[in-house]
Design a protein around this ligand. Structure first.
Ligand SMILES: [Fe+2]
Length: 135
């Protein structure tokens, strides 16, 4: 079963961002699946890189959108993205050192952060972007 299932509470109603959030969730589910199936560390590492790599692409796109539209709390928003990447990289390093028990911790962390971030932080910029003509 998927770790995180897309539902209406995750929609912010900015099409490009909803699309990217959905894809990111798919990659997190793939990572979860690889862990459940007990895939080797190489596969886990690759799948984790996919999820983290896409998160960074998505953050860059979102930050561009916010900065170009003059979103007032853009800097704070960008900082939150940075903290997330740092945290995941720290966990990833420990995982690479052989702390296998961390695999689940890492993915639980990703899921919790993403859900909370979309629902409480990303959602706040939607009305502002719409006002600026972003669909
Ligand atoms: Fe965000």
């Amino acid at each position: 079963m998927a770790l995180l299932v897309w539902n209406e509470s995750l929609t912010i109603d900015i099409q490009s961002m909803d699309f990217q959030h959905k894809h990111w969730i798919r990659l997190i589910n793939e990572l979860h699946e690889a862990m459940l199936q007990g895939k080797g560390s190489q596969v886990i590492d690759q799948t984790l890189d996919n999820a983290l790599g896409y998160a960074r692409l998505h953050f860059a796109a979102e930050e561009r959108l916010l900065s170009e539209s003059g979103y007032p709390t853009y800097e704070q928003h960008k900082k939150l993205h940075g903290h997330f990447v740092d945290k995941i990289l720290r966990l990833k390093n420990r995982l690479n050192e052989g702390h296998t028990v961390l695999a689940m911790e890492l993915i639980t962390e990703m899921r919790a952060w993403l859900t909370q971030h979309i629902q409480q932080v990303d959602r706040q910029y939607a009305p502002f972007l719409k006002q600026k003509g972003v669909a």
